[in-house]
Design a protein around this ligand. Structure first.
Ligand SMILES: Cc1cc2nc3c(=O)[nH]c(=O)nc-3n(C[C@H](O)[C@H](O)[C@H](O)COP(=O)(O)OP(=O)(O)OC[C@H]3O[C@@H](n4cnc5c(N)ncnc54)[C@H](O)[C@@H]3O)c2cc1C
Length: 438
């Protein structure tokens, strides 16, 4: 095990997607499980913090290394170990890039559904640690629904292994589930076993152009109730559409306030039937149907480009990923917009609306104290309204360091105390990401 102390390497591993900057003492690139065990022993002896890292695409500062820390990168442990076509499982090392795994599986007729928009840079280990979702979660669920086995090193430097190729299990506490969403605080996942599915036979993608944001929220409710094979249901508000316009002329009429991306998948016959049902449900709403796979890809590229292209609106952003019950979605979308107007700060909403999960982005011209103070008050109101509507602070990004202060809005003290007790069992010396979640 080698600790890289070169300044240019440390600089690269000082950030995540928030743009916040940390200062690690070094970086370890694990190549095998023994490197991880050794890193933990070293950290325990020298009282250092270990920051596990996959692709570094996290949005909550969880991989931004604090002082006295060492980044432990899993990026070199990126093998696809085994694709078991008989039992429909894939076994991988944690550093495999999600998009690469998906492409390999799809090339032989299989499908790993969790599809975060960062899929070409994020890793399965990072996805497990954040319980990542994506557009297709609306039909197929999130990472949690596919993790059937985990191999990890705990904060004690001990191995935790629970990995069986079974689809059901009811044997004691489900510790695998505890790892999912634990943001690197319990152990370092180095291998895992994931369920895979047969690739759906057919897909269709429809764009619906809505004249009101509220109406778009309500339509989502109706689509979820009425259209069986809905495999993705995304929303883009008008500001996010303008931000990505430069990638492709979308030719959207001025009066449009929101676009819905509706994907239906399944058997060809069923997809055709459901498409007709969708057209009926949407009535007078203007729709565009992707005519080819190429057109579908272009639309998804535009959707994935929203986050990076928000720079077109303002150079800085505070990016939240609240989730509300579907029945409150329309109200939430309008509330966030009005809050932005109240503070005179642009608020952009887009994302996995079919799960009630909205990426609410508060856009800032600069990070000067006065503007940041107002923006933080606005974020506080966004979270408070989300909780009032029965929602949660995060649907997929996690709490990290950026949302810690808002945690009491949603989670009571007794629950946080239980979390702390759980962490102590896995990591008694408090060396694994002790600065995140609580
Ligand atoms: C443009 C863009 C779009 C995005 N879209 C989505 C989206 O649609 N859905 C979504 O869910 N997220 C999305 N994200 C957020 C991010 O990509 C996810 O949170 C992703 O799961 C992080 O994976 P990563 O490998 O980059 O993890 P990192 O950012 O490296 O780490 C994330 C967390 O996991 C921990 N961790 C990483 N690897 C391990 C490991 N092997 N063992 C233990 N802990 C580990 C880290 O310590 C940290 O707490 C997006 C991000 C960007 C930049």
């Amino acid at each position: 095990m080698k600790i890289e102390k070169n300044n240019s390497i440390k600089a690269v591993y000082s950030y995540d997607a928030t743009g916040l900057e940390g200062s690690p003492e070094g970086v370890i690139f694990a190549e095998k499980v023994e490197d991880i065990v050794e890193a933990i022993k070293h950290a325990t002896k020298d009282k250092k913090i270990i920051v596990p890292r996959g692709g570094g695409t996290g949005f909550v500062g969880a991989t931004v290394p604090p002082k006295n820390s060492i980044v432990l990168s899993l990026e070199k442990m990126d093998k696809i170990i085994d694709i078991d076509e008989k039992n429909l499982f894939v076994e991988v090392e944690a550093g495999v890039v999600t998009g690469k795994l998906q492409r390999v599986l799809e090339s032989i007729g299989y499908f790993y559904p969790p599809d975060p928009s960062s899929l070409d840079s994020c890793t399965i280990g990072g996805n497990i640690s954040t319980n990542a979702g994506g557009p297709r979660a609306v039909k197929y669920g999130v990472t949690k629904n596919y993790v059937c086995g985990i191999e990890a090193v705990t904060g004690k430097g001990e191995l935790y292994i629970d990995k069986r190729k079974v689809r059901k299990k009811s044997v004691g506490y489900n510790i695998n589930d505890l790892f999912v969403g634990s943001e690197g605080t319990l152990g370092i996942v180095y291998r895992c076993l994931l369920r895979i599915l047969k690739k759906p036979e057919s897909r269709t993608l429809v764009l619906a152009l809505l004249k009101s944001l509220y109406e778009a929220g309500k339509k989502i409710e109706e689509i979820l109730k009425g259209i069986q094979g809905t495999s993705a249901l995304e929303i883009m508000d008008i500001t996010s559409i303008s931000a990505v316009r430069k990638y492709r002329s979308l030719d959207i009429p001025q009066e449009v306030e929101a676009i819905l991306l509706i994907e239906i998948d399944g058997y060809e016959k069923t997809v055709k039937m459901e498409l007709e049902r969708l057209k009926k449900l949407l009535g007078d709403t203007e729709i565009r149907i992707a005519e080819s796979e190429e057109e579908e890809d272009k639309i998804w590229t535009i959707r994935r480009a929203i986050s990076p292209s928000l720079m077109e609106i303002a150079p800085k952003k505070i990016n939240e990923d609240v989730t509300v019950p579907i029945s409150k979605l329309a109200e939430a979308l309008v509330t966030y917009k009005k809050l932005g107007e109240k503070y005179g700060i642009p608020v952009v909403s887009f994302g996995h609306a079919g799960d009630g999960n909205i990426h609410v982005n508060v856009m800032l011209d600069d990070m000067k104290e006065k503007q940041v103070y107002r923006a933080e008050k606005l974020v506080f109101e966004i979270f408070s309204e989300t909780i009032r509507l029965g929602g949660v602070l995060s649907g997929e990004h996690g709490i990290g360091i950026t949302k810690k202060k808002y945690l009491p809005l949603q989670v009571d003290k007794n629950t946080v105390n239980l979390w702390k007790e759980v962490k102590k069992i896995f990591d008694p010396e408090n060396i694994l990401n002790p600065h995140v979640i609580f």
